[in-house]
Design a protein around this ligand. Structure first.
Ligand code: NAD
Ligand code: ZN
Length: 360
């Protein structure tokens, strides 16, 4: 057995209003007055002075608003890196991502590509990054993906949707300020929150489970139940706890793996551009066969919050299109091995996956 020796976020600050400490956190990390901090901020915050007026811009620091209408693409990372290299004489002091999983992944990927040659697509995979990334900071504004704690950054490239998984990917610093999530729209709160719930179910029911993953996974699962099924929490407690559930869910899969919902959801994302959170919900709704208790609970959560998921999204697809999704899903071998076991190829056939996709 060769056990994984994986890196963690080196520093984390938690608390409502902790975002106000950004300046004191970054100042000692400034390399020179010529080496700026680059902030990638979700463009949903454009004109939102409550948040943006607290971003400490000095010297050549730059704030770049990014649209997350689409999930991050490798070409987008290459363009952002080029823009930074062309506009600044020195490498930045650091990259700061402020937003959801999409912006956090952009910040991670740009910080890696600033010190590694070639294009982002060359690094999609496991342990392909050669040089340490520059200092990078993650500040989530919505909770659930676990991107704030993970060792990956998920990118859609010309050939595949796959992360840059490396020891250099995790953030050097994370700021967990649950107050930043206060204006998340209800549907999006549910979809991204369910990403966390699905992480727990897939990790806790996987063959890769171990005490490390289980302890984090069980905590996150309990928190999700409390947040999405009970009425006992204040809004603030619910925000605080979902932020911690996301963190624990991410820690759980770090040492195990996700499963069937994620594999199929990647196929939907690649072909139809369906985003991670809602994609997981659409898929998970049909996975009773694999996760009976989890799916029952998911349906109860969905009903409680009056969430109506899109139906029939695959009904007009051609055989060729089903094949594309099936190829993406089947290529994610570790996910299937975790979900089903080493013999997964015996039961997970192309026909099986097509029948599942046809239900969605
Ligand atoms: P997101 O970043 O795509 O954001 C979803 C929506 O919420 C956007 O419209 C955004 O503008 C809005 N939003 C975010 N914060 C808000 C706020 N405070 N107020 C109002 N609106 C706000 O969503 P996500 O679900 O957090 O992230 C999904 C992305 O994360 C996908 O690209 C997925 O591939 C990636 N992901 C990465 C990992 C990882 O480990 N790296 C894990 C899971 C998912
Ligand atoms: Zn996920």
């Amino acid at each position: 057995m060769n056990y994984k020796n994986f890196p963690m976020v080196s520093r984390v600050i938690f608390g409502r209003g902790s975002f106000n400490q950004l300046d004191e956190i970054l100042s000692p990390k400034r390399l020179s007055t010529k080496a700026p901090f680059i902030y990638f901020v979700d463009d949903v915050f454009k004109g939102n002075a409550w948040l943006t007026s607290r971003i400490p811009l000095s010297y050549n620091d730059k704030l770049i608003y990014v649209s997350v209408a689409k999930e991050p693409e490798t070409s987008q990372i290459d363009e952002l890196v080029e823009e930074i290299i062309l506009n600044f004489k020195a490498l930045p002091s650091g990259i700061v991502g402020i937003g959801g999983g999409s912006v956090l992944d952009i910040a991670k990927a740009v910080s890696i590509m600033l010190t590694n040659d070639g294009e982002a697509k060359d690094y999609q995979g496991w342990d392909l990054v050669k040089n340490p990334a520059i200092y990078h900071v993650g500040i989530p504004t919505i909770s659930g993906t676990g991107a704030e704690v993970s060792r990956t950054t998920i990118l859609t490239g010309p050939e595949r949707k796959l992360g840059i998984n490396s020891d250099y990917t995790p953030f050097d610093q994370v700021i967990l300020d649950p107050e930043l999530t206060k204006d998340v729209p209800k549907d999006q709160w549910f979809y991204t929150g369910m990403d966390c719930f699905v992480h727990c179910i897939e990790s806790l029911n996987g063959t890769f489970l171990n005490a490390f993953s289980q302890t984090y996974g069980e905590k996150a699962y309990t928190l999700c139940k409390e947040i999405f099924l009970e009425d006992t929490l204040s809004i603030q407690d619910s925000q605080d706890k979902l932020m911690m559930a996301s963190w624990h869910g991410g820690m759980s899969i770090a040492y195990s793996q996700v499963g069937v919902a994620h594999a199929l959801s990647y196929g939907l994302g690649y072909l139809l551009g369906i985003k991670h959170g809602i994609g997981n919900c659409i898929v998970f709704d049909h996975l009773e066969e694999y996760y009976p208790d989890g799916v029952t609970m998911f349906k109860a959560m969905k009903a409680k919050h009056n969430i109506v998921l899109p139906q029939g999204i695959c009904k007009d697809l051609s055989d060729k299109e089903f094949d594309i999704m099936i190829n993406v899903a089947l290529s994610l071998e570790p996910l299937w091995e975790n979900a089903i076991g080493k013999q997964w190829k015996k039961t997970i056939t192309r026909e099986k996956l097509k029948a599942l996709y046809k239900k969605m």
